[in-house]
Design a protein around this ligand. Structure first.
Ligand code: B12
Length: 459
């Protein structure tokens, strides 16, 4: 059988998260008899030049988001230089968006797999193993013997409940650091239990999973939670689904099953303010959920329109009020520096975060990722080719990160406003007092200390 090594490139983050795409593919390959290992260069803090794949590897698979594509290509280079026999396959969001551009930029890639690879990657390996032509494999790009690109269409239909449990045994579990306010209890794991989003936010690229919502059943979700608890002693799970509560009935069923199985796992999730109600939140809290994060984005109705988020401030207030009544922590994500932003609208947004009495708020500078409407707005009239490694909003300190500057707000202003928003929100006696009162356990105290350290670093 072909031997496969899957690699997650370094992201330069202090909060490495498990590479869920790779451990899902690894589980599928193992189930089909392929020996696999995963090198999470992000969690292990390895630079491309430090990565050594086992010499008997036949296939290297590398995942890439937009800011990590450059590093992924450096890893591909190193693999080919040390062992040109190895076939290099790339997958993930960035290459799904820009397959041909990526292939043209590097002679080291043999195949690009677009979109959901759960069936495709296996088909590809089977074809390579049998030395068959690749034209029977869907959704890939590859080089022909004469050097031209061959593109295959149509997407394979994935049955969500048929996906195996992620191969967490291949990961350095202790190296993962949840981003506060996640991480009340360790060890922690992450899960994504649904795919596709029917909304059309102007800042979100939906390269891999598209618009059609598909989800695992409650039984399938809870079975994996039980497995993570029993096999790895996992005490907390972050659900990174785009909108965990899009199907409320499913979430009610998940909560009922967690209670029935007496699972002792704390969990968090992310969703939209228009997709929760008090009864659902009550059930979620009873089943171990301790915080939910929402993209609230802005207080300005005009900017909300530009962002096409499709939520109203009334819905925001209602959801937060329900959290208060149920006693479930609430996290708000905000974007500063969207088109049309002014110092006044930023102050309105910070005031909204304060008025809502959120438990935590995160302020990021709006970044136009490729294949989004914001990207089209940003690129209008620009000639220079984009430098993908700069497409990362975590580092507004990077002087090349694309941001929406205007006559009202320069790049320096945006950086200043982000720090100021954090200070205005967190460094208030009322807020600090509320947090101290909430510290009901040692775990909460530790998490607040970690959050404070992160805050001080970012301001
Ligand atoms: C969890 C998450 C994170 C986590 C951790 C991700 C990780 N482990 O590295 C954190 C919070 C750290 C994160 C950070 C960022 N993220 Co993020 N994140 C997600 C999220 C919500 C889920 C990812 C996931 O696990 N999906 C489930 C798995 C199963 O799917 P998958 O990884 O796509 O894998 C499938 C396919 O892509 C493919 N595949 C993937 N890799 C490979 C490799 C090979 C060889 C093959 C064959 C196939 C293949 O097969 C898999 C199975 O079908 C997605 C949104 C989403 N719904 O996917 C955004 C998403 C991936 N993130 C995104 C972005 C923009 C970012 C940031 C750049 C934001 C920022 N801060 O600037 C940063 C990256 C920072 C950096 N330094 O690089 C974008 C990516 C867009 C793009 N153009 O690349 C997404 C799509 C959100 C969005 N809709 O805009 N993210």
């Amino acid at each position: 059988m072909l031997k496969v090594t899957l690699i997650a490139p370094p992201q330069g983050t202090s909060y490495p998260q498990p590479p869920l795409g790779l451990v899902l593919l690894a589980a599928i390959l193992e189930k089909n008899g392929y020996p696999v290992n995963v090198i999470d260069a992000n969690a292990l803090q390895l630079k491309p030049e430090d990565i050594t794949v086992p010499p008997d590897t036949d296939i290297v698979g590398i995942t890439a988001m937009t800011p990590t594509i450059g590093t992924a290509l450096k890893i591909a280079r190193r693999v080919k230089q040390t062992n040109p026999r190895i076939k290099v396959v790339l997958g993930g969001p960035h290459v799904t968006l820009l397959p041909l551009e990526t292939l043209e930029s590097s002679p080291d890639i043999d195949v690009i797999v677009r979109g959901e690879a759960d069936i495709t990657f296996l088909d590809l390996l089977k074809a390579i193993q049998r030395d068959e032509p690749l034209n029977g494999v869907v959704n890939i790009h590859y080089r022909n013997s004469n050097g031209t690109w061959v593109t295959q269409g149509t997407t394979a239909e994935i049955v969500m409940d048929d996906l195996p449990f992620s191969a967490y045994h291949l990961l350095p579990l202790k190296a993962y650091r949840p981003h506060p306010p996640h991480g009340m209890r360790l060890p922690f794991a992450a899960m994504v239990t649904s795919r596709g989003c029917p909304y059309h936010c102007a800042y979100c690229s939906k390269p891999v999973f598209g618009s059609k919502f598909r989800a695992q059943s409650a039984e399938r979700v809870v079975a994996e939670m039980v497995y993570l608890q029993e096999k790895f002693g996992i005490k907390e799970i972050a659900f990174y689904d785009d909108s965990f509560t899009l199907d409320k009935k499913r979430v009610h069923a998940i909560c009922a099953l967690i209670l029935e199985k007496k699972l002792k796992i704390a969990w968090t999730c992310e969703t939209r303010v228009n997709l929760v109600d008090k009864e659902l939140l009550k059930n979620m809290k009873q089943a171990g959920c301790y915080a939910i994060a929402y993209g609230i984005e802005t207080a300005s109705p005009e900017i909300m329109k530009t962002l096409q988020k499709d939520i109203t401030l009334e819905q925001v207030e209602k959801a937060v009020q329900s959290h208060r009544e149920v006693g479930l922590q609430v996290v708000g994500y905000f974007m500063l520096g969207s088109p049309g932003e002014t110092p006044e609208t930023i102050i309105q947004t910070v005031n909204l975060a304060k008025k809502l009495k959120l438990d935590f708020a995160q302020f990021s500078v709006t970044t136009p990722f490729p294949a989004t409407e914001l990207y089209d707005i940003y690129m209008k009239g620009r000639q220079d080719p984009p430098q993908w490694e700069n497409f990362i909003y975590a580092s507004t300190g990077n002087p090349a990160t694309p941001v929406f500057e205007s006559d009202k707000l320069t790049r320096e202003d945006l950086k200043m406003w982000t720090g100021r928003a954090y200070r205005l929100f967190y460094l208030r006696p009322a807020y600090i007092w509320r947090r101290l009162l909430r510290c009901a356990s040692w775990a909460e105290i530790k998490m607040n200390i970690k959050g404070l350290a992160m805050l001080l670093r970012s301001v």
